[in-house]
Design a protein around this ligand. Structure first.
Ligand SMILES: C[S@@+](CC[C@H](N)C(=O)[O-])C[C@H]1O[C@@H](n2cnc3c(N)ncnc32)[C@H](O)[C@@H]1O
Length: 229
């Protein structure tokens, strides 16, 4: 039987496979659930990365020996914890968050995970904080994870490249946005932001990239990954 002859999976299949993969390969995901539960108790939305994607972030930090990590979009600190756990002692994740309440809850979870010495949350509109980082001559970043408001993705990509060292890795979450990226005339500003972001990555002279579609408990989505040259 050729692979194309297999029936397409259903959402139930995708959920079961995700659970199997996470239980089999990412056992530490269960201990990281505390951050999700704290955010949930605080009434924050369930829009954090999936556990197996969190582990991917940790692995990418480890594989690239990243010491300086920039995250745009902290929420309750779930992805920050995965990023920070991959970093060497002495390294830092600088995570940018608009909402002071989100940053507060995230700081509690990162502290509870024993990683607060490797993380710094900056509150405010990310575009302003990125401009501050640039004007203050911040040390370049080795890995940058973009996961905030989708409308500003093209601007985040430009800023990220400016703040990255050559050889850095850039990861864009929600790169498929349930397929809505296919419509260039979409009324969904987020879909347009993601689409324009992908186009900006594709034509950026300092980026070489690909994107992977994913399915699972968060639906049909994906991520783009780029190397800053
Ligand atoms: C998808 S959530 C981040 C999820 C987080 N990375 C995780 O996986 O655990 C997006 C976050 O970006 C924040 N955000 C939205 N607009 C922003 C902006 N202009 N500047 C900074 N953060 C922003 C939201 O408040 C929210 O907490």
């Amino acid at each position: 039987m050729a692979i194309n002859d297999h029936p397409p999976g259903t959402q139930t299949d995708f959920d079961a496979v995700e659970e199997f993969l996470t239980e089999t390969l990412v056992p530490e995901a269960s201990s990281r659930r505390a951050a999700i539960e704290r955010a949930d108790d605080a009434g924050m939305p369930r829009i954090e990365v999936m556990p197996n994607h969190g582990k991917l972030l940790e692995l990418l930090v480890q594989m690239t020996h990243a010491r300086r990590v920039l995250e745009i979009g902290t929420l309750g600190g779930y992805s920050t914890i995965w990023l920070a756990s991959g970093i060497q002692p002495g390294g830092t994740v600088v995570s940018l968050e608009l909402e002071a309440r989100h940053a507060e809850v995230a700081a509690e979870s990162i502290t509870a995970a024993g990683l607060i010495d490797r993380a710094e949350i900056r509150v405010g509109p990310a575009l302003d904080t990125l401009a501050d980082l640039r004007s203050s001559g911040a040390e370049p970043f080795d890995l940058i994870f973009i996961d905030a408001d989708k409308e500003n993705i093209p601007a985040y990509i430009d800023a990220a490249v400016e703040l990255a060292r050559p050889g850095a890795v850039l990861i864009l979450d929600n790169a498929v946005w349930h397929g809505a990226i296919l419509n260039p005339d979409s009324a969904d500003a987020a879909a347009i932001g993601v689409r324009r972001g992908l186009e900006a990555i594709g034509r950026h002279p300092r980026l070489t990239a690909t994107a992977i579609q994913t399915v699972g408990s968060k639906g049909w989505d994906g991520f783009a990954i780029a190397l800053v040259t």
